[in-house]
Design a protein around this ligand. Structure first.
Ligand SMILES: *[C@@H]1O[C@H](CO)[C@@H](O)[C@H](O)[C@H]1NC(C)=O
Ligand SMILES: *[C@@H]1O[C@H](CO)[C@@H](O)[C@H](O)[C@H]1NC(C)=O
Ligand SMILES: *[C@@H]1O[C@H](CO)[C@@H](O)[C@H](O)[C@H]1NC(C)=O
Ligand SMILES: *[C@@H]1O[C@H](CO)[C@@H](O)[C@H](O)[C@H]1NC(C)=O
Ligand SMILES: *[C@@H]1O[C@H](CO)[C@@H](O)[C@H](O)[C@H]1NC(C)=O
Length: 310
């Protein structure tokens, strides 16, 4: 009975570090050597023991939190033409948070923390496996033929910036854009909106950012997604979230990340929705139960200070 011997030996060698439930005996440690938080006299230490270059962020509720920049990322969800562009009936509240989102992206990059973009980017195979409820959720005219993968026709936009709609104020010639097939990978409608397109392209080219396609509202659903694989491969623990819609794709991705053991922080002022106010209230309430909730204005100073220290 080799197995039994080894088992009792390991228990007798390490009685002090194991409680009856197999987690730490330290009442301020939540979890074990594989994944834990430490409760501080004020706030939480989320560094899992590596305090090199740690950043302490003031958070209005249950803060501050101490994070390890080597294990922390900013996740930007669905800031795509399909959801935001004026000519496609996109969300004006989502467009309003773009400048703040760009500030956060720059601050995270400068502090050495990766920016992860996860967007709808469907393949033919995704279309075959799409459940009826989702097909119904994305129809334009109540029939299945205008849902995912359907040709969205063309729109006229200023040549100077294909991401912005034609208005009287905008100078320059017009350009006809093929909007592409709805939310398909590589289509114009699936590209990031406005200034975010260049942010994403340059960030990915520079290696500070990463891009992950998704095929559901959540970028972390099921047994695994491209983003989850990257998070695991890079030992990430702590995720900040922004994007649209706060109560749908942002919430779906946040809540799946929480179920899978990541620390989740909702950044209120880089997220938006057109849903009734109660939807945002539900998300705000539960985000601070599952993790934390802050505005970029609460944490930007500390992130920028950390960037200057590097
Ligand atoms: C601890 O964090 C530092 C800086 O963030 C990083 O360079 C180092 O590799 C980390 N050490 C371990 C053991 O993860
Ligand atoms: C974390 O640190 C390790 C070792 O220094 C490095 O290889 C890795 O790229 C770092 N990850 C991030 C996100 O900075
Ligand atoms: C561009 O399109 C707008 C809106 O359709 C139109 O008012 C304007 O005259 C067009 N400009 C040019 C240079 O064709
Ligand atoms: C990419 O790197 C270049 C050269 O270091 C820098 O000038 C530019 O600002 C960077 N762009 C982004 C989006 O990080
Ligand atoms: C962020 O700012 C908005 C607008 O001032 C406010 O309604 C919201 O409660 C703030 N969120 C947090 C977490 O403080």
């Amino acid at each position: 009975m080799k197995f039994t011997t080894a088992f009792s030996l390991s228990l007798s060698l390490a009685p002090a570090v194991l409680s009856q439930t197999g987690v730490s005996n330290d009442r301020m440690v939540f979890g074990n050597v594989l994944n834990s938080w430490t409760k501080l006299s004020s706030g939480w230490d989320l560094t899992r023991g590596n305090k090199t270059n740690a950043i302490t962020l003031p958070i209005p509720k249950n803060g501050p939190i101490m994070i390890q920049p080597n294990k922390t990322a900013l996740v930007i969800i669905d800031m795509q033409n399909f959801f935001l562009h004026e000519s496609l009936g996109g969300n004006p509240l989502g467009r309003d948070v773009v400048p703040t989102t760009v500030n956060m992206i720059h601050a995270f990059r400068n502090a050495g923390m990766p920016v992860l973009w996860t967007n709808w980017g469907l393949t033919e195979n995704d279309l075959i496996n799409m459940p009826p409820a989702l097909i119904n959720g994305f129809t334009t005219d109540g029939t299945s033929v205008t849902s995912f993968g359907s040709d969205m026709g063309s729109i006229v936009v200023p040549k100077s910036d294909p991401s912005i709609p034609m208005t009287d104020k905008i100078q320059g010639g017009n350009q006809t854009i093929a909007v592409g097939r709805k939310l398909m990978r590589g289509s114009w409608n699936a590209q990031p909106w406005g200034a975010l397109l260049n942010e994403q392209l340059q960030g990915v080219a520079n290696g500070t950012d990463l891009y992950f396609n998704k095929n559901r509202l959540s970028g972390m659903w099921g047994p695994g997604t491209p983003m989850q694989t990257w998070l695991e491969d890079n030992s990430m623990t702590t995720l900040f979230f922004g994007g649209v819609n706060i109560d749908q794709c942002v919430w779906g991705t946040l809540v799946d990340s929480y179920y899978k053991g990541y620390d989740v922080i909702l950044v209120d002022d880089i997220a938006a929705t057109t849903s009734p106010i109660g939807a945002t209230q539900m998300v705000d309430f539960n985000a601070q139960v599952f993790g934390w909730r802050a505005n970029s204005t609460d944490i930007l100073d500390a992130v920028k200070k950390a960037a200057r220290r590097r």
